[in-house]
Design a protein around this ligand. Structure first.
Ligand code: MN
Ligand code: MN
Length: 466
């Protein structure tokens, strides 16, 4: 080696692909872990289903509902479910919470189409459900793909009907139609974002008329089927939360089977990796807290979003039940606490590489991505992590041989994004975004690297064990 080469080796930062020089054993562990991750994705496509699955996993690992626990001791494991759509979990550490807790927070909601309160109509003897899209979607991606309907309907008598249709092989699916190319000259000449209008994202759900010469008989036949199947009438739709999501399953992608393609990986990948990491914790020093938030994709508002007071309530429960609480202690706990905002990063897509700064972007297969800041247009609205804190997190990862990359979401002035990071940072907590790089984020079929998914699981464990 020449002196220059030696010096370069010493001074330049170097990134390597995570798949290089992996043992067969570790590779198998990565693939096995991802098989379970894909199963989790297939069973839980909405925030309600995520909370149900997470509760099951937590209970199997000895977690108890905090409402049923009077006193908390070191090593105790509890969860709190907020209106069936968001969830917090904790493992009580040896140290007092006053010294700070270690938090990892992800979100369970993903972009989708929600049914409108009055969705049912008939046009030209075809029956439809109207939708209003949820979160940032590219509307054209949601036409002509198989869709399923998930959610709940609360009937007049208070009975809650749970709906999940389109997932089983024997279920019918639904689609949103699009124009044939032969007649789409005008549509194809329009701007991509205007070619499919939000108001036209209507789900085709029926075409057989009720067997009687009567107006709206296709709608009548549909409502009759729904009444027999679910015991509902049309006005019940106005007290419902019905979400339209891709019906297809998460699958392994690539000849080398290195990737996961699946709906809702933003941010269910961080939900699964942080949740399963928490299940492995034993004898930890600081109390570990896991957040599974709702409504991140629409600004974290509402009583299941991260802006709600509900998280403070959970933290107060922990302080009360460990017997540690006193006036204004929660504020101090926050100022001493550390957090990984576990949310996905935009991976460099070589086909659209110009939107990324290749020196400051996340890559598939290069491990977990730390985003110092998000925001847009001059870091506007960003939670910008402190240098000292980043050094601390990097130190934890280095010590535990966790492969990580430090990146930002997109080239300057191209766009940007946000997570729940700023909400916790505003409480005084040290926060950095830390998650899995994703290709085609917010599309009905997002792509991740199995290596990065597994690395996130290991990274979150290391953070809580530090
Ligand atoms: Mn996200
Ligand atoms: Mn998102």
């Amino acid at each position: 080696m020449t002196y220059g080469e030696e010096l370069k080796e010493k001074l330049f930062s170097k990134k390597t692909n995570g798949w290089l020089k992996l043992s067969d054993e570790l590779k198998k562990e990565i693939f096995d872990y991802n098989d379970n991750y894909m199963k989790f994705l297939n069973e839980s496509k909405t925030e309600r289903e995520i909370v149900t699955s997470a509760k099951k996993i937590a209970e199997e690992n000895g977690f108890k509902d905090i409402n049923e626990v009077e006193h908390l001791n070191v090593g105790d494991k509890v969860y709190y479910i907020n209106k069936e759509k968001s969830m917090y979990l904790a493992v009580i550490g040896e140290e007092k919470m006053e010294n700070g807790v270690n938090i990892i927070g992800s979100h369970a909601d993903s972009p989708r189409l929600d049914l409108k309160p009055n969705p049912v109509y008939e046009d030209q003897e075809l029956a439809y459900f109207k939708t209003h899209y949820y979160g940032g979607i590219k509307k054209y991606q949601w036409t002509t793909i198989p869709l399923s309907i998930h959610g709940v309907i609360i009937k007049e008598n208070g009975e809650k009907v749970t709906i999940k249709i389109g997932e089983d092989e024997n279920d019918p699916i639904f689609t949103i139609t699009d124009l044939l190319p032969h007649l789409a000259v005008e549509q194809q000449n329009s701007k991509l974002r205007e070619a499919i209008k939000g108001k036209d994202l209507n789900l085709l759900v029926g075409s057989i008329p009720f067997d009687e010469d009567i107006s709206e008989n296709v709608k009548l036949n549909l409502l009759n089927i729904l009444n027999k199947k679910y015991g509902i009438v049309e006005k019940d739709f106005s007290s419902a939360e019905l979400e339209v999501v891709p019906a297809y399953k998460a699958r392994t992608q690539g000849f080398d089977e290195s990737m996961v393609a699946g709906y809702g990986q933003d941010d269910k990948v961080c939900v699964y990796t942080s949740l399963t990491a928490m299940m492995q914790l034993k004898n930890i020093k600081k109390t570990a807290v896991c957040i599974i938030a709702d409504k991140e994709e629409i600004g974290s508002m509402g009583n299941t979003g991260m802006q709600s007071q509900a998280f403070d309530t959970f933290m107060s429960y922990l302080l009360n039940k460990t017997g540690e609480n006193r006036v204004n202690l929660l504020e101090k706990v926050y100022c001493n606490s550390k957090m990984l905002s576990a949310d996905v990063d935009a991976a460099v897509d070589p086909i659209y590489a110009s939107v990324s700064d290749k020196m400051n972007a996340g890559y598939l297969g290069y491990g977990i991505a730390l985003n110092k800041y998000t925001g847009a247009g001059g870091k506007y609205d960003a939670s910008d992590a402190n240098a000292e804190y980043i050094a601390e997190v990097k130190g934890i990862f280095d010590k535990n041989n966790i492969k990580y990359q430090v990146s930002e979401l997109g080239e300057v002035d191209i766009g940007g994004g946000g997570t729940i990071a700023y909400i916790l940072a505003n409480k005084g907590i040290d926060v950095i975004d830390c998650g899995v790089p994703v290709l085609c984020m917010h599309s009905p079929y997002e792509v991740t690297s199995k290596y990065d998914v597994y690395t996130a699981y290991k990274a979150y464990q290391a953070f809580w064990n530090a």
